[in-house]
Write a protein that binds this ligand. Structure first.
Ligand SMILES: CC(C)(COP(=O)(O)OP(=O)(O)OC[C@H]1O[C@@H](n2cnc3c(N)ncnc32)[C@H](O)[C@@H]1OP(=O)(O)O)[C@@H](O)C(=O)NCCC(=O)NCCS
Length: 163
């Protein structure tokens, strides 16, 4: 059988990944989520993001897991305790299972840590993705962004069976 899907590898994010994480984050928002939020809110969402910000998040206890194709980072998931703090995939690599793999890896670690549930605030763009992965909607609310505008997000959760 011919393998048609591209091979990706997964590893822990490192402080020196900040620049690449920023690139994936900005492209995912400004090329994809912008369709749900419009230009002003999308730009406000990514405004003020810097490579140093990811390093600071790591220093504050957020762990990052990244998907790579060769040397290139094509997706990442940030996890803090029982919360998925961010999940973004390069638009050129979407719908190939990267977010699902990153999420499965995060949930497995949370389960192993004994958390009874996983929580997150989904973008409108990602709600159907998370529903397809077993999350349920708690509520929709407005969340402030770094640039000052509010964006609509959907708080979601999934119960975690012990591993
Ligand atoms: C949401 C996102 C992380 C999904 O990444 P992805 O790697 O493309 O997701 P996967 O390939 O693992 O998708 C798995 C399944 O989820 C569902 N899914 C994924 N994206 C979807 C979408 N836009 N609409 C509907 N269903 C979707 C599908 O069932 C898909 O399976 P299929 O491709 O076989 O139909 C990505 O689209 C993204 O980065 N979006 C923009 C930024 C953003 O809003 N991030 C979330 C912040 S909370």
């Amino acid at each position: 059988m011919i393998e048609t899907r591209t091979a990706y590898a997964y590893r822990a994010g490192r402080p020196e990944d900040g620049h690449d994480l920023l690139g994936v984050h900005v492209r995912a928002v400004l090329e994809v989520a912008i369709r749900d939020y419009g230009e002003d809110v999308a730009r406000s969402w990514v405004s003020g993001l810097t490579p140093e910000g990811y390093r600071a998040s790591m220093a504050n206890g957020e762990t990052f897991d990244v998907a790579v194709q060769g040397p290139r980072i094509v997706g990442f998931c940030g996890v803090k305790g029982n919360e998925i703090a961010g999940l973004f995939v390069d638009p050129d690599h979407m719908r190939q299972g990267i977010a699902s793999t990153l999420l499965d890896r995060a949930l497995a670690r949370q389960r192993a840590s004994g958390f009874p549930r996983c929580i997150l605030s989904a973008s409108l763009t990602a709600v159907r993705f998370y529903e397809s992965r077993g999350f349920r909607v708690i509520r929709e609310r407005a969340k402030g962004t770094r640039g000052g505008l509010d964006m609509a997000v959907v708080d979601m959760e999934q119960r975690l069976a012990p591993s």
